[in-house]
Write a protein that binds this ligand. Structure first.
Ligand code: PBG
Length: 345
């Protein structure tokens, strides 16, 4: 009984710092490895010709015309980034967003141009109405002299009539050569409707990356500048999720899997790392993406431009955190910079 140990030793017995002493040890023991291959680079494409148009609230990000895309796609692939996601800014917007499913629409032409020049590039398309409708909402609206759905409020985003259009959009993207379609409108049943439309058009081989868990976030502000898609009135809270909700994220993800989603997304990323971790655990069998959105990008850019943060350090730390939380893939406007920094080692 003389060998009873004191409750605490005079010196620490366990010394985690032993494993952090040298760069080589730290390198060897790193748990999360960020790679350019994890990134998906978002591209804004507008009609017409001309020089890339910078986006004020997203320094370093441009609206591109189709003519520039082959060279840009080449550059992205050479940086080790395997995929882009396309957002179209159409020539004309209308109540239903016709250019969205026009074989000659801006996104369809962009897909063709990229796939012709760089066939290995994985081309993902955002499937939503908001960039194409004159009212800027993600679906058809309950408006008119006679309301289409009189039992619902005026201006309500109609669910099931919107699904038909989403199916047509997805099919037109697949027909142009898209590798993956990514519905982002948070309509109930959107994944099932798109799966059905794709299958009926013999695109059963085209996967769906569902923006399954998309919050009604203030961090989308700069994107709406970039895509010229702010809602003309109201907000998106009747379809996007309340930032306060976690359990609801599991419900949304489970529904989308049931409807045939091949991959899931959480959006935004940094304020929702807990949700990313939760989905990774609950649905380990599906690839999980996280969208490091425009506002997350703008925050770091603004601080870096003011000299308040070291951009390289802060960006790589943020992206590593998203991966550590459980994301396999990260949609990020930092993709090209981050890939270059990672290559420097
Ligand atoms: C909808 C869509 C949005 C974003 C991606 N897809 C905007 C929205 O829901 O308002 C935002 C992405 C970002 O902020 O970077 N088509």
């Amino acid at each position: 009984m003389e060998n009873v140990k004191p409750n605490f030793p005079a010196f620490p017995v366990s010394r985690p710092r032993r494993l952090r002493r040298t760069p080589a040890l730290r390198r060897m023991l790193r748990e999360t490895e960020l790679n350019p291959g994890d990134f998906i680079y978002p591209l804004f494409v507008r009609s017409g010709k001309g020089e890339p148009r910078p986006i004020r609230s997203m320094p370093g990000v441009n609206q591109w015309t189709v003519e520039h895309l082959p060279a840009l796609a080449e550059k992205v692939l050479r940086a080790g980034v395997p995929a882009v996601i396309l957002f179209g800014i159409p020539e004309e917007k209308d109540a239903v967003g016709r250019e969205n499913f026009d074989a000659n629409g801006v996104v369809q032409r962009a897909i063709l141009a990229i796939k012709a020049a760089v066939p290995e590039m994985v081309v993902i398309t955002d499937v939503c109405l908001c960039e194409y409708t004159d009212h800027g909402h993600c679906g058809l609206l309950n408006v008119g002299d006679v309301l289409p759905e009189p039992h619902l409020p005026e201006g309500y985003v109609l669910n099931d009539t919107t699904l038909n259009i989403l199916g047509r959009v997805a099919v037109s993207h697949a027909a142009a050569g898209a590798d993956i379609v990514a519905p982002s409108g948070m309509m109930d049943g959107m994944v099932g409707a798109i799966r059905q439309a794709l299958d009926a058009a013999r695109f059963e081989h085209i996967p769906i990356l569902s923006y399954a868990v998309k919050y009604a976030s203030s961090f989308y502000g700069p994107f709406r500048d970039a895509a010229e898609s702010p809602p003309k009135f109201g907000d998106r809270k009747s379809h996007q999720m309340d930032p306060a909700n976690r359990r609801e994220a599991l419900r949304e993800a489970a529904l989308d899997i049931g409807e045939g989603a091949d991959m899931l997304m959480v959006k935004p990323a940094l304020p929702y790392l807990d949700v990313i971790a939760e989905l990774r655990q609950a649905f380990p069998e599906l690839p999980l993406a996280a969208y490091n959105v425009s506002g997350e990008y703008a925050m770091l850019k603004a601080a870096a431009q003011n000299g308040w943060l070291d951009e390289r350090g802060a960006v790589l730390e943020a992206l590593t955190a998203i991966k550590r939380a459980g994301a396999d893939l990260i949609l990020t406007y930092h993709a090209l910079d981050a890939a270059a920094w990672l290559a420097e080692g």
